[in-house]
Write a protein that binds this ligand. Structure first.
Ligand SMILES: Cc1cc2nc3c(=O)[nH]c(=O)nc-3n(C[C@H](O)[C@H](O)[C@H](O)COP(=O)(O)OP(=O)(O)OC[C@H]3O[C@@H](n4cnc5c(N)ncnc54)[C@H](O)[C@@H]3O)c2cc1C
Length: 452
């Protein structure tokens, strides 16, 4: 079918102003934050305002066999919401309602609400929505659900999926389904809602979520420890995680510290080999245990503070690491995960890859979860540097898999890591994945060309 016919059908079915087709207006909807993924050009961007408008869009897309790329806030780091040629980009940015049922300790949330907006609304009732990607101020709940986003406090409090009680999803043919509900326990039938959490827009469009809330967390005390060698820092992480569950445990290597220091100085001297930032509920003995573990692993400096402002200064600097490194060049962002005991070997191996490929690879990580982001950085105008960076990117993924790890711990597969998925899943699991995809989206219109 011709593109104008699809466009005309959308314009006829949806309210005025919901459909964009001017290339200039669509430009900002083509990309996410994966710097190396080249996006296509949509035929239209639909800015849906309701479940009914999502349904209408998908019915038209099915009728015309037009690809649909669901989109939240476009902060993804793997190309998951980047446009494919001729697609309808389906943005949820106008679906932003959040309502809190305080006695039930749940929030009902439309997908376009930002993570920070859900946190803020919960806070008004003395409640807390814990999952906290570093991008929490700019990313949407729909995107968080579709990638099963993690974050800094997930090491103690769990990731997005741990807070999902129910979902409303719209399938490729336009049917809206309710999966799960608002109860804490519910084992009626298959747990289909979890199939959609982390499905990266390939199985359906999430149009509402019922999320579990907790009482506001205790104030944290914060520990900062520096190490001459990143492998020692990795040893400290493994030692801490063998006996504790800190509220955050974040690692930055020397190159990542230097990148942040240039933009937002934390006051660390040049030459610090790596930094571990931990948080624990205040008034517990855990902070002292973390400090002791760091000292046993040859930390060069350890400080513990109960001052929330000092703690936020360090955590805020850590959250800025990716944008700070992006100032140094084009970044291929890894998102590998390994079992905790393998962390020292992993950070050592990444340093070796950086040296062997002569590539700058600052490393940050949600270390307590074994989830690391080696930031493979290169000058986009230097073709040889780009080729070396690609070799480094692939080798780091191989290393993670050799260690029994994963190619992605929280950012999702997207386009960036699609070619590595078969290596992790194997033929049988890939075939089952394809069977599920075909059952829910027989025409293959949802987010095609990504990973299924
Ligand atoms: C500086 C920075 C720091 C970051 N830190 C973290 C971090 O600590 N932890 C972490 O997990 N991520 C992190 N991210 C990555 C990103 O913010 C998350 O992946 C986030 O969940 C994406 O949300 P979004 O709304 O931007 O989604 P988008 O980028 O718009 O989409 C992401 C994926 O979800 C799909 N999707 C979006 N909405 C829907 C929907 N309603 N229904 C179905 N599918 C949908 C898209 O098709 C795409 O596949 C970071 C990003 C940046 C830029």
């Amino acid at each position: 079918m011709s593109e104008p016919a699809v466009l005309r059908a959308l314009l006829d079915a949806l309210p005025a102003g919901s459909v964009l087709s001017d290339p200039d207006q669509m430009e900002g909807y083509r990309y996410d934050r994966a710097m190396t993924v080249r996006p296509g050009m949509p035929v239209a961007v639909v800015r849906a305002a309701s479940t009914a408008e999502v349904q209408a869009t998908l019915r038209i897309a099915s009728r015309f066999s037009t690809p649909v790329v669901p989109r939240g806030a476009g902060t993804g780091l793997s190309g998951g919401s980047s446009a494919v040629d001729g697609c309808i980009t389906l943005s949820t940015e106008r679906m932003r309602a959040v309502s809190v049922d305080a006695p039930a300790m749940v929030a009902t949330v439309q997908p376009g609400a930002l993570n920070a907006e859900v946190k803020a609304e919960a806070r008004r009732f003395g409640l807390w929505y814990p999952p906290d990607p570093s991008s929490f101020e700019i990313c949407s709940i729909g995107g968080n659900l579709a990638t099963n986003a993690g974050g800094l406090c997930c090491v103690r409090y769990g990731v997005t999926t741990d807070y999902v009680l129910g979902l409303e999803v719209v399938l490729a043919d336009g049917r809206a389904l309710r999966l799960g509900g608002a109860t804490i326990k519910d084992v009626a039938g298959y747990d289909l809602k979890r199939l959609f959490v982390g499905s990266e827009g390939t199985l359906g469009v999430i149009t509402e979520a019922t999320l579990r809330l907790r009482p506001l967390g205790p104030l944290p005390s914060t520990i900062a420890a520096t190490f001459a060698d990143v492998v020692d820092c990795g040893r400290a992480v493994a030692r801490i995680m063998a006996t504790s569950r800190p509220a955050a445990l974040e690692l930055m290597d020397a190159a990542a510290i230097a990148a942040v220091e240039r933009v937002r100085p934390m006051g660390f001297e040049a030459g610090v080999g790596s930094l571990l930032i931990g948080q624990c509920p205040v008034d517990t003995t855990e902070g002292a245990r973390l400090a002791a573990a760091c000292e046993e692993c040859d930390a060069t400096y350890v400080a513990l503070t109960d001052d929330p402002a000092e703690g936020e200064l360090l955590m805020g600097a850590r959250r800025m690491a990716i944008p700070c490194v992006e100032r140094l060049g084009t970044v291929l962002i890894e998102d590998i995960g390994v079992p905790i005991p393998r962390i020292p070997a992993l950070v050592g191996a990444v340093a070796e890859v950086a040296e062997r490929t002569d590539t700058m690879i600052p490393v940050i990580g949600h270390a307590g979860d074994g989830n690391f982001h080696p930031l493979v950085t290169f000058d986009p105008h230097d073709t040889s540097a780009r080729a070396r960076a690609e070799v480094a990117f692939d080798r780091i993924i191989e290393v993670a898999l050799e260690m029994g790890g994963t190619i992605t711990g929280e950012h999702g597969v997207g386009s960036l890591k699609a070619r590595h998925l078969p290596g992790q899943l194997g033929a049988d699991v890939l075939e089952l994945t394809g069977t599920i995809k075909r059952a829910l989206d027989p025409g293959g219109i949802l987010n095609p060309g990504k990973w299924v």
